[in-house]
Design a protein around this ligand. Structure first.
Ligand code: NAD
Length: 487
């Protein structure tokens, strides 16, 4: 069988030991792979490359497609960028897939039988890292959610469920609060689920969803969620399964997929031959399935489970079932000795040799109409009294427009009764057409009016810090109302 070339980076800390152990097991199992090694991580950072990856490595990664990566140490401070984030963003690795399984009773967990896969959106959300300090008191982080990005990850989650014989996909969002951003993700979930009637679909608000994961993870099968929530719940699931050292993960994109352990480089135990290589081995098995070499993944995971069942454990797995505590190299040897054997209790489904097709998305442009503008200002005059502010702003509205609301920290503080609400130095002032209410928020606003309004703010000496245009899309409001604001 012709060998498939994959990229290999051994990483830092325990990375060197665990990748050597994993490669030994892959070779012994006869996996038809050839490794092209690149150097990334700490050494590269300390050579002055702030991304942690040399330019020439990109070509190798993209040419080979599959990339097995040991954990990386990100040096503290000094403007070093997380290599993982750089790789995910640069290569469009939109799906982070983390299967988590309990190895009960061999590894302690409160949840025997737990078997959950978290499919986390990997490119968008607050992880775009777009932050601005706008006033001395207020910093903003932009949460960007796109329809194509949501559609791609949600369809991927359903395709994953289908390919792996999973029965249910649960979506988690916070759309009771972020009605537009998380609301879009939930709405796309509802649209996509209709294409997969054979798979059960449900939605949880992320807070109660996380609580349910922590209390009763067996009710979940595949979970699909936004980047930040996925980051958090995938650690929760790994932790309660008792298997942080055992979890593997894939980061999948259209042309490249990266496979790794979920843990880090564990500098505290590096070089001691005590690290557990199972997490990276599980990541490598995900890579084999991705390369349509599922039979090798099956053989290796059976041997791994048999080793665990036989009580051959690294220190982190120690329990009353441990018969022999071994080091990294000895653990790898024990797995190799069991290749071809099957566990008695820990079972794994036979991996399907079915590479998940990267889903497309239906991009459609819908007409949008400008119906107003929010002008954000930095203002602390007049005892921060919004009623005084309104008096100064009302004359600035161009002909045919009006000041509708002044808000502070998401609360409408004008018009309305004076209340004792703390106001920061960061205000947004909503201007709309005078016909706004009569037309149910559909009366058009003009770009000329925005330019005139800003000139008026400037002349009046206001420090405007940003603008947000208010649009409707096919007649539907595309912006939130402040707490207490009437539409
Ligand atoms: P960590 O996962 O490296 O270690 C946390 C704890 O778990 C430590 O006590 C460690 O000894 C133990 N541990 C981790 N893996 C183990 C294994 N295979 N066998 C036995 N014990 C294991 O997390 P950390 O200490 O917060 O981070 C260390 C470094 O790793 C940091 O520089 C961080 O940025 C980096 N990191 C990298 C990745 C990655 O490359 N994907 C992920 C997480 C953290």
């Amino acid at each position: 069988m012709e060998k498939i070339k994959v990229t290999l980076a051994k990483g830092d800390g325990i990375g060197l030991e665990i990748t050597d152990a994993v490669i030994d097991i892959l070779e012994a199992a006869g996996a038809p792979l050839e490794y092209e090694e690149i150097s990334v991580g700490e050494k590269v950072y300390l050579d002055g490359i702030k991304t942690g990856i040399p330019e020439e490595a990109w070509d190798i990664i993209t040419r080979n497609g599959a990339f097995l990566k040991g954990p990386i140490t990100t040096p503290q401070g000094g403007g070093y960028k997380s290599l993982n984030v750089t790789i995910r963003k640069s290569l469009g690795l939109f799906a982070n897939v983390r299967p988590v399984k309990a190895y009960h009773p061999y590894i302690k967990t409160h949840f025997p039988g737990m078997d959950v896969v978290v499919v986390r959106e990997n490119e968008e959300d607050l992880y775009a890292g777009i932050e601005h300090q706008q006033t001395p008191e207020v910093v903003q982080a932009l949460k960007l959610i796109s329809r194509p990005g949501s559609e791609k990850i949600i369809r991927y989650a359903f395709e994953y469920a289908k390919a792996h014989g999973r029965k249910k996909v649960t979506c988690m969002t916070k759309d009771n609060i972020m009605k537009h951003a998380d609301g879009l993700f939930h709405q796309v979930f509802n649209e996509v689920k209709a294409e997969y009637p054979e798979i059960e679909a449900e939605h949880y608000i992320i807070d109660i969803g996380t609580a349910r994961i922590a209390n009763d993870p067996n009710r979940f099968d595949v979970i699909v969620t936004l980047n930040l929530y996925g980051d958090i719940i995938s650690d929760v699931t790994a932790e309660i399964a008792g298997s942080v050292g055992l979890g593997g993960s894939s980061n999948v994109g259209e042309n490249v997929a990266m496979f790794e352990a979920i843990h880090g480089s564990a500098p505290d135990i590096a070089g001691k031959n005590i690290a557990n290589p199972s997490g990276l081995l599980n990541g490598a098995c995900m890579m084999l399935v991705h390369l349509n070499l599922g039979e090798y993944a099956y053989k290796i995971q059976n041997a791994l489970f048999k080793t665990i069942e036989d009580g051959i454990h690294t220190g982190d797995m120690k329990s009353e079932h441990t018969r022999e505590l071994v080091g990294t190299k000895e653990f790898a040897k024990a797995v190799i000795a069991r290749l071809g054997q099957s566990p008695e209790h820990l079972t794994i489904p036979k991996p399907t040799n079915h590479r998940i097709a990267i889903p497309g998305c239906n991009i459609r442009r819908v007409p949008k109409t400008l119906v107003g503008v929010d002008v954000f200002i930095d203002w602390v005059a007049q005892g921060r009294d919004p009623h005084e502010l309104a008096k100064e702003l009302q004359p600035l509205a161009p002909n045919g427009t009006m000041l509708k609301t002044i808000s502070n920290r998401g609360i409408a503080v004008w018009p309305g009764k004076e209340r004792d609400i703390f106001c920061s130095d960061h205000w947004y002032c909503r201007f709309v057409s005078k016909d706004y209410s009569a037309t149910d928020g559909k009366a058009e606003f003009s770009y000329d009016a925005i330019v005139e309004l800003l000139a008026n703010f400037n002349k009046a000496g206001f420090n405007f810090i940003k603008l947000e245009n208010l649009y409707t899309f096919e007649g539907k409001r595309g912006y939130s109302l402040s707490q207490g604001e009437t539409s």
